[in-house]
Design a protein around this ligand. Structure first.
Ligand SMILES: Nc1ncnc2c1ncn2[C@@H]1O[C@H](COP(=O)(O)OP(=O)(O)OP(=O)(O)O)[C@@H](O)[C@H]1O
Ligand SMILES: [Mg+2]
Length: 274
């Protein structure tokens, strides 16, 4: 089982899009058994796989908020909540892919779990106890490093960092690397490593994009995947149907890029042999 967190403290850089499309491709075209965990209260990944109507049916009984034992209305924490109860099997009929949906309440996770011991390991304990069996777990994280992403990091083998090559990454990436390293020192059983940067929303008309990609590749702060994902409108359109673009526009440029990235990811992980 390989667990990959998609992290960048910057918002809107394509974390969710990358998780949704790569997960769908791994499941449907590479025959991998995949679990997507949505750890972002914005629930964007969730709503790329299920409709708002479907989400409303399960929001009080089976989301990541229940898994993490948040205070649910008047009821108190349910430490025994079985993670399997929150798994939606094959949303949209996608074979080999399961989803743990998110909840807006996750915004308050840090407050709710403030007095819980080892609160960074709640998700890890749930997963360890459930004996889940997937080839890949892909985790969509919010644009920060608070408690939800910390729960993701502790169970992750790898971090993938989607980056829109504007001016910010030069400052943001060293900060992310530094924070993760610092954080790892305090959690010795965490072996997470950076797998690579995915350049997303690349626009050939902006010379700054080419310059920033070049600078980041040369800096070697984090290795960069060869495939880049250019600006491609269909990637954003499929969500209106609560479906990944891979299913709706399987041959658009964006999906072709993610197909190539799925290949690169599998190759890198297999070569790593971790
Ligand atoms: N390659 C692309 N071309 C065009 N639009 C894209 C591309 N990738 C992502 N988008 C769009 O950009 C917006 C932000 O993408 P996304 O939600 O994946 O970013 P994010 O990093 O998850 O954001 P957040 O930090 O808010 O969670 C979305 O509307 C998405 O559809
Ligand atoms: Mg997102």
């Amino acid at each position: 089982m390989h667990t990959i967190s998609f992290i960048n403290m910057k918002g809107g850089v394509g974390k969710t899009t990358s998780v949704v499309e790569i997960a769908t491709l791994l499941a449907t075209e590479f025959s991998k058994k995949v679990l997507v965990i949505d750890l972002d209260p914005q629930t964007n990944a969730t709503l790329s796989f299920i409709s708002l109507k479907q989400w409303e049916k399960i929001k009080d009984t089976g989301t990541i908020a229940d898994v993490l034992g948040m205070n649910r209305g008047a009821s108190s924490r349910d430490e025994d909540f079985d993670i399997k109860k929150a798994i939606i099997k094959s949303p949209q009929g996608i074979k080999n892919l399961d989803l743990i949906p998110s909840h807006l309440e996750l915004t308050f996770l840090d407050l709710d779990l403030v007095s819980v011991p080892a609160r960074e390991s709640v998700l890890k304990n749930k997963i360890d106890n459930a004996g889940l069996n997937y080839d890949y777990i892909l985790i969509d994280c919010p644009p920060n490093l608070t408690l939800a992403p910390q729960n993701a990091l502790i169970i992750s083998d790898y971090i993938v960092v989607p980056v829109t090559p504007e001016v910010y990454p030069a400052i943001g990436l060293p900060l992310l690397v530094n924070r993760v390293q610092k954080w790892k020192k305090s959690f010795r059983d965490c072996n997470v490593e950076f797998l690579g940067v995915i350049f997303t929303k690349v626009d050939g008309r902006y010379s700054v994009h080419a310059q920033q990609m070049d600078a980041l590749r040369k800096s070697k702060i984090i290795p960069c995947f060869s495939t880049i994902v250019k600006q491609n409108a269909p990637l954003g359109k499929a969500v209106a149907e609560s479906k990944p673009a891979t299913l709706v526009y399987p041959h658009c440029n964006g999906v072709e890029a993610y197909r190539s990235l799925a290949n690169e990811i599998i190759q890198k992980i297999e070569d790593d042999g971790k």
